[in-house]
Structure formats: C-alpha cells, structure tokens
Design a protein around this ligand. Structure first.
Ligand SMILES: NC(=O)c1ccc[n+]([C@@H]2O[C@H](COP(=O)([O-])OP(=O)(O)OC[C@H]3O[C@@H](n4cnc5c(N)ncnc54)[C@H](OP(=O)(O)O)[C@@H]3O)[C@@H](O)[C@H]2O)c1
Length: 329
C-alpha cells in the first residue's frame, strides 16, 4: 500500500490504517482474542502499518491486544494510543482527566500493555476543560524528551486548542470524525491543519458502518452496541439516511468498487495528509477496506459525488447529548 506522511512531522504511515476499537469495545462483544490477533497481523501483511488504539477501549484490553498482536513486528509499525479519561470499577468512563501526573501514569501503563518502550503517537482523547492545553502539551513534550513518546496528537479539538497546543509541542495529527456524512472538519479545522502542517486522521470514516450499505432500518444491534444510543442510528434516521447509501451504491457500481471503498477513497482524495482508520472485525472487510487505497476518484467523480451528496439532508445527531457534552468546543 502507498504511504502517507502525517503533516510536517515526518511520521510515515500506510495510506489507510486500522482502527482497532471495535475488536474490544463499542460495537458489541469483543472479538475472540486469537481471531483479533489474526486480523491485526493480516492487516500488516496486506500493507497496513498504522494501528489505532486507546486506553479507553476496553478499557485497557485493546492496548493489551495490540501489544500481543504487534510484538513480532513492533519495529515495522506505528502504534497510536490515547489518554484522557478516568474509569470506574465497572470499566465505564467516569470523567475526563488530562492532569499532567495522570498523563504520565497512563503513558507508563500503556507502554507495558503495548509491550513497547515507546508510543509512536500519543493523543489526548478529549480536550479536558479542567486542564490548560499548554500543560497537556508540555507534559507530552517532556515524555517525548524522555523518549517514551514520539509524536503528539489531539482528538476532537477545536482550532484555538490546536493552535495553543501546537505552540508548546508541535502536533503531528488531529484525529476527529470525518466522513461523507460528517463533514464538520471542512469548516475551520482542515484549513488550520494545513496552515500548521498537522496531519488528519478521520475516525469513523465509514460512518460507523452505515456508509458501507451493510446497515439499514431493519438492522438490530447487540445490546452493548454504542450505536443504540446514537440519534443518527435511530430507526427513523436510518430510513431517512438510506438515500445516501443508495447514492454511494450507484457510484460504486459504476466504478466496479464497493460503497465502503468509495467512502474511503473520497477521504483520501480530500488531502494528501489525510489517513483514515476504518475499523472491522472481519477479514473480508479488512481486504475490502484496504482495497480502497487503490481506488482513484477523478475530479469528475468527486464533483459528481459532491453534487449528489449535497442534495441529501442527513438526519440525526452523530452523538447522544450526554456524549456530545464531552466534546468541549
Ligand atoms: N478519537 C475518537 O474519539 C474515536 C472515536 C471513534 C472511533 N475511533 C477510532 O476510529 C476507528 C474507526 O472508527 P469506527 O470503528 O467508529 O467506525 P468505522 O470505521 O466508520 O466503521 C466501523 C463499523 O463498520 C463495519 N465495517 C467496517 N468495514 C466494513 C465493510 N467493508 N463493509 C461493511 N461493514 C464494515 C464494522 O463492522 P464489522 O466489525 O462487523 O466489520 C464496524 O461496525 C476505531 O476503531 C477507533 O480506533 C476514534
């Protein structure tokens, strides 16, 4: 697979990474461990060198999974993980915590779980209103100086936060939601990233599965699936948003590719420093998603997609009100 460089940082990764969250967390029961390890190692064999995790995925178990799966190829891959929450006894998030001491403790614990001596990319998972971003950036800067972290990232941060953080410790990548049905970053985020030379890692690039066409109004989710609480995944919203999936299906059929591949190729076509991280628990879908790196959309294709998508009014908020409240901007 082709490589891309995240911003000015020189961090080179495969054009498409692997989002590993769903293997442990968020979309129902965790994948059986050996199957998950096989999936992660197959991704590497097919050219993926960028693996995304977080302390919160599990919590802890996803980092442990990556630690085991990637140990034999540790020096050939880029591992990204995230800090920024406290957890209660049941493993639920009990609030944000980006206090410097906590960031240091999470880094030490993540290094052990990931079975490594350096975290390639360490993101703040959510901006913590209780801690000045300069203190967060300064703490990661110290971890970089100590050789425990290589690159600093932010997730779902706004432009002022990005600028303030970047002034203390250059930010290598912003990871925020971006896809054909969530285009907010095109407003003021992408221009600031371009100005500052920061790479962009779109999460949920397949619209949490919806853009692939594998989900419709009749789909039922596991009781533990996070999508049960997402307004955009209510039955009514799914029925209304089917128009987007149908459109992607038509475009994909014309190009003899799949809707998932159109969704990922569209992201890749936006900027050369964008690296989507689709997540899957299935080998056939992994192959399909990786195949998107070879799909080129012409200017004509992009214009046709733009014109068609602009006529569709997407229904439903991307997060519940409670979840949205954690995004402090
Ligand atoms: N920074 C943050 O706050 C944040 C938030 C959310 C996610 N993330 C990161 O971003 C990664 C990706 O996001 P995401 O997992 O939320 O959403 P996504 O990649 O948009 O979609 C994942 C969902 O799509 C399904 N899927 C994947 N490929 C498919 C295909 N080719 N055909 C049909 N269905 C397919 C998966 O189901 P199967 O497993 O059944 O294939 C899964 O349910 C996560 O793994 C995580 O690392 C970060």
């Amino acid at each position: 697979m082709q490589k891309r460089t995240l911003g000015n940082s020189g961090l080179e990764v495969s054009a498409i990474g692997l989002g590993c969250m769903g293997l442990s967390f968020g979309y129902g029961p965790a994948t059986e461990r050996q199957q998950a390890i096989t999936l992660i190692r197959t991704a590497y064999e097919r050219g993926v060198t960028f693996f995304d995790s977080a302390e919160a995925y599990g919590p802890y178990t996803n980092e442990e999974l990556l630690g085991e799966a990637l140990a034999p190829i540790r020096d050939k891959v880029v591992i990204a993980t995230k800090f920024g929450f406290d957890f209660n006894g049941e493993g639920g998030q009990s609030g944000m915590n980006s206090r410097p001491q906590h960031i240091r403790a999470v880094a030490e614990a993540a290094l052990k779980r990931l079975k490594t001596d350096v975290i390639d990319l360490f993101y703040q998972h959510r901006v913590d209103p209780a801690v000045p971003i300069e203190d967060v950036a300064g703490t990661v800067k110290d971890l970089i100086t100590e050789g425990k972290v290589k690159h600093f990232g932010l997730s779902e941060a706004g432009t002022q936060t990005i600028r303030r953080a970047h002034a203390v410790q250059p930010v290598t990548a912003l990871q925020s939601e971006y896809s054909l049905w969530w285009r907010e970053p095109e407003g003021d985020i992408l221009p600031v990233l371009e100005e500052l030379g920061i790479g962009f890692v779109p999460f949920s690039p397949l619209g949490k599965g919806f853009l692939t066409g594998a989900i419709n109004a009749q789909t039922t989710f596991d009781a533990k699936d996070f999508r049960n609480s997402v307004p955009r995944f209510s039955t009514d919203a799914r029925a209304a948003n089917q128009a987007l999936v149908d459109l992607l299906g038509t475009i994909a059929a014309n190009k003899k590719v799949t809707p998932a591949q159109i969704a990922l190729a569209w992201l890749l076509a936006q900027k050369p420093w964008i690296v989507p991280i689709p997540g899957t628990t299935k080998l056939n879908r992994l192959e399909e998603n990786i195949g998107a790196a070879a799909v080129t959309l012409s200017d004509g294709d992009l214009t046709a997609i733009e014109q068609a998508v602009s006529k569709i009014d997407i229904q439903g908020a991307r997060y519940s009100a409670e979840h949205q409240a954690r995004i402090n901007r």
